[in-house]
Design a protein around this ligand. Structure first.
Ligand SMILES: [Zn+2]
Length: 60
């Protein structure tokens, strides 16, 4: 499940496969532990840990 929950408004939104792959690529490049997405409802920044993204990523 590629679902992320906004900590501010509780809105659940799903990430596309492409978004997860792009996020992981950027994290690897910059060596970061979190990727930030913007909540589509309230614009709050939602942090998603790298480990979660790796779990969401399709197996290759
Ligand atoms: Zn929100």
């Amino acid at each position: 499940m590629r679902r992320v929950r906004c900590q501010r408004c509780g809105h659940m939104f799903s990430l596309s496969r492409e978004a997860v792959i792009a996020a992981l690529e950027e994290l690897r490049e910059k060596d970061l532990e979190y990727y930030t997405f913007e909540c589509p409802r309230c614009r709050h920044v939602v942090k998603v840990p790298r480990a979660d993204l790796e779990r969401m990523a399709p197996r290759s």
